[in-house]
Design a protein around this ligand. Structure first.
Ligand code: NOJ
Length: 805
């Protein structure tokens, strides 16, 4: 430890409860490039050469802890560090050097090398040829499906259907397992309220309750836990924590997040994954309130491991240990390794910093054997829990039932944003259908940003599905109108308009290629990229009724395009079964039932925009009209000095939770079971929902609650429950939500759990604009929480190695 860091530690120890986010880190700026090649392989020596031959992984009997203890007792320091080392084999062959390192027990995890046979060989070497036979964890980003690609996570979130999302993860895990993959880096549970950020595509939206429920469902589906054994693959909640709040919506950028948002918005979905048994966590690349996520002792050791009792292991993100040098936080790779292992990062993803430096840190007294063993124990626990898994047979890919589940997920994820009585289409009345747009036949782009194993030849595009469906019924005329969504060449627009002019209906498939969203793919504009706006306008001007179907990885500002067309569907990046599912909806085999998991802004300038915002002291009146475009010289008095933009209307283009259907739903008789609620009581809120149309359909019923006055400013409303229900035409259902006082609690700026007495209002409806017409009062305050697993408190600094867990 250098003297300046030692000084920092001492200051923290003296000051005690100083806010962890205020700790000054004073490391030097020198940069050590991440290790490109591994150190020379040195075969480990048994701890005690006099002992009998080691008991190998498969042969050790006993309960979980006994097996792990026995293994750790036999391991050399090099073998222990090996368990904390993950590598990326750069080709689809195992080089002799990699094979030798696995054989020597120096590798704990390998990225999937792209081929089952190579994965099997790597695993065989670890199991059969290494001294202790400890298996590898073979890891892969199986985020929204392996070969059967499901909608991107943001699309899955639009289903508001945890059971369906769980089923998708189960199918992904089964396919992954059949490829010999043990560990996926999902679910991503970062909350994002900024559509500029390319990784919003991978999130489960803007709301902590919705994201938490769906992330927990994914964990269950991926891991398929039975009696403490993982029968699926290990899940990984990422990126702990705050990554989605990147400043300016630019990936990897700093995160400056209030304690209130950290505790009430960013952390709860991660806690939901721990409660669902998630075995691994990944750190964020970003710096969070001054500390890189990969060395964030207060969040990793204090919140996650101590307060939440997380017994799995934490892996860094790719390269994020050595990237702390570029952050200006670690002085060199050795310093970075020390900081991250001490902060609670158990496994090093691909920098080799642990392999290179942990032994010397131990020798120098900067890393205790207890902490090293703790990290190894966490990794071994997962390996033991996976060990009794029966290997999945081959032939699991693209099974008909999996494709059907993917199709159903698309059907439930598509959000109908507008319908001027044009949908569903009646095929018997159509003679010519124009299919237009760069996303109509883009088999790779429809798969979305995280589909490493999805294949173009498996994708059914909207064009292919429509041709198939309308074969012998109507003529399908196709004109892409642009090479891709960001093509700047307008020369083929005229041709597309000509095709549209000859048709009974124009179906326009537009949006964003998958290459425009995902990691490090951020935008400063949310407008239609390329010449698509002109394309839509040209088609609309033909007078042919137009249906816009967006395939995209983020909310977009599409007000003009919505106005120009008769109907609009937002289909996200739907995956393999995009075409058939969209056709099902266009022709009314199913009614759209997706609801927005994120707010759609009118303009990028409104970002960040989200429904659960706090009020200002000067909210604008609902009838606010912007000055620009009003023709007046200035705002009228009642609009002045209020919170708004001069050149944009109030509020979003489409609110959170919004989505139309081919039927209509009426909400009536909202009622509360009691007027007052006391600590440890529950209260039931209910409403009667009626399908008042002529079509059987699903509705996502949503409960929003507002805490009217609190000593920490609370959002104007928060989602407190949701249920997807099926209602046949003409039928009604009483939908109930039961809340406990804990559901009404919030964390204050110090992280204390607070339930304040006072009035709450609530409303049940079909989106986040529902009127809050129910009322109840909380009679008594719950005492401020003491720190415990269920009631985390503000993290306090734990520096260095003094609190090993
Ligand atoms: C970096 C990404 O941030 C993370 O989400 C992913 O799992 C890893 N790379 C591994 O590919």
């Amino acid at each position: 430890m250098n003297t300046r860091r030692l000084a920092t530690v001492l200051i923290v120890l003296v000051v005690g409860s100083v806010s962890p986010f205020a700790i000054a880190q004073t490391t030097g700026p020198s940069y050590d490039a991440p290790a490109a090649t591994a150190p020379a392989v040195v075969a480990p020596q048994p701890a005690d050469t006099q002992e009998a031959p080691p008991l190998r992984f498969d042969l050790i009997a006993g309960d979980l802890d006994q097996r792990i203890d026995r293994l750790i007792d036999q391991m050399t320091t090099a073998e222990k560090i090996g368990q904390l080392t993950q590598i990326y084999p750069s080709d689809d062959q195992l080089t002799e050097e990699t094979a030798q390192r696995i054989r020597a027990g120096l590798i704990g995890s390998v990225f999937y090398p792209g081929k089952r046979s190579v994965a099997e060989e790597a695993q065989r070497i670890a199991r059969e040829e290494s001294r202790l036979g400890i298996p590898l964890l073979i890891a892969r980003d199986v985020i929204h499906g392996l070969r059967t690609v499901f909608p991107i996570p943001l699309g899955q979130a639009a289903t508001w259907n945890p059971a369906l999302v769980e089923e998708g993860a189960r199918i992904a895990a089964d396919e992954a397992k059949s490829e010999r993959i043990d560990w996926t880096f999902a679910p991503m549970v970062d909350i994002s309220r900024d559509a500029r950020w390319g990784r919003i595509a991978e999130t489960l939206g803007e709301d902590p309750l919705l994201a938490g429920e769906l992330a927990a469902a994914m964990v269950r589906g991926f891991q398929q836990e039975q009696n403490g054994q993982i029968t699926g693959v290990l899940a990984c909640a990422k990126h702990f924590v705050g990554y989605g709040f990147a400043e300016g919506g630019r990936d990897y950028n700093r995160v400056s997040i209030s304690q209130a948002d950290l505790h009430n918005v960013a952390l709860p979905p991660f806690k939901a994954t721990v409660d669902a048994g998630c075995r691994t966590f990944m750190t964020t690349f970003s710096e969070v309130n001054g500390l890189p996520g990969t060395a964030h002792t207060p969040l990793l050791r204090d919140v996650l491991k101590r307060d939440w009792g997380f017994s799995g292991f934490v892996v860094s993100d790719w390269g994020s240990i050595t990237e702390m040098v570029a952050h200006g936080f670690a002085s060199d790779t050795a310093d970075a390794a020390a900081l991250s292992i001490q902060a609670g990062v158990d496994m090093d993803m691909c920098t080799l910093a642990y392999e290179k430096h942990l032994a010397e840190l131990i020798d120098a007294g900067q890393l205790s054997t207890e902490r090293l063993d703790d990290a190894v124990r966490r990794v071994l626990r997962c390996k033991v829990e996976l060990a009794s898994r029966s290997p999945q047979p081959v032939g699991m890919l693209l099974r008909p039932a999996s494709l059907e589940a993917a199709r159903e997920t698309v059907r439930q994820s598509v959000v109908l944003l507008k319908n001027d009585n044009i949908l569903p289409l009646d095929e018997t009345k159509l003679k010519q259908v124009a299919v237009i747009g760069p996303m109509a036949d883009a088999p790779v782009q429809q798969l979305g940003c995280w589909s490493l194993d999805g294949k173009a030849e498996d994708s059914v595009t909207p064009l292919a599905a429509l041709r198939d469906r309308l074969d012998g019924v109507a003529e399908v005329m196709y004109a892409p109108g642009a090479k891709n969504t960001f093509d700047e060449d307008a020369s083929v627009i005229e041709k597309a308009a000509e095709v549209a002019s000859q048709a009974d209906v124009a179906l326009l498939f537009v949006g964003e290629d998958a290459t425009l969203s995902g990691e490090a793919r951020c935008r400063v504009s949310l407008d239609m990229p390329g010449v698509q706006a002109e394309l839509i306008e040209a088609v609309a001007e033909t007078g042919t009724p137009t249906v816009l179907v967006f395939l995209a990885g983020r909310p977009m500002s599409i007000g003009d395009q919505v106005e120009q067309s008769e109907a609009v569907m937002f289909a996200w990046h739907p995956g393999t079964m995009a075409g058939p599912a969209i056709a099902d909806l266009l022709f009314g085999d199913a009614s759209p039932s997706g609801k927005l998991p994120v707010t759609f802004p009118r303009s990028v300038g409104q970002t960040p925009i989200y429904y659960a915002h706090p009020n200002t002291g000067r909210p604008s009146p609902d009838n606010y009209r912007p000055l620009v475009g009003s023709g007046e010289d200035d705002l009228p008095g009642e609009f002045q000095y209020r919170s708004h933009y001069l050149d944009e209307e109030l509020g979003p283009q489409f609110p959170f939770g919004f989505g139309l259907s081919y039927t209509s739903f009426d909400y009536s008789s909202g009622s509360v079971s009691r007027q007052t609620i006391e600590p440890n009581d529950t209260i039931t809120l209910s409403a009667k929902v009626t399908n008042t149309g002529t079509v059987d359909a699903d509705e996502v019923v949503q409960l929003y609650v507002r805490d009217k006055v609190a000593r920490s400013v609370r959002p104007v409303r928060e989602l407190k429950g949701f249920q997807r229900i099926r209602l046949p035409a003409g039928q009604s259902k009483e939908v109930e939500f039961t809340l406990s006082t804990k559901d009404l609690a919030y964390r204050d700026n110090e992280g204390n759990l607070v339930v304040e007495p006072g009035e709450f209002t609530a409303g049940i409806g079909g989106d986040s604009t529902v009127e809050l017409d129910m009322k109840f009062t909380l009679e008594e305050a719950l005492t401020t929480a003491a720190p415990s697993a269920s009631q985390p408190r503000i993290p306090t600094a734990t520096t260095g190695d003094q609190a090993v867990r």
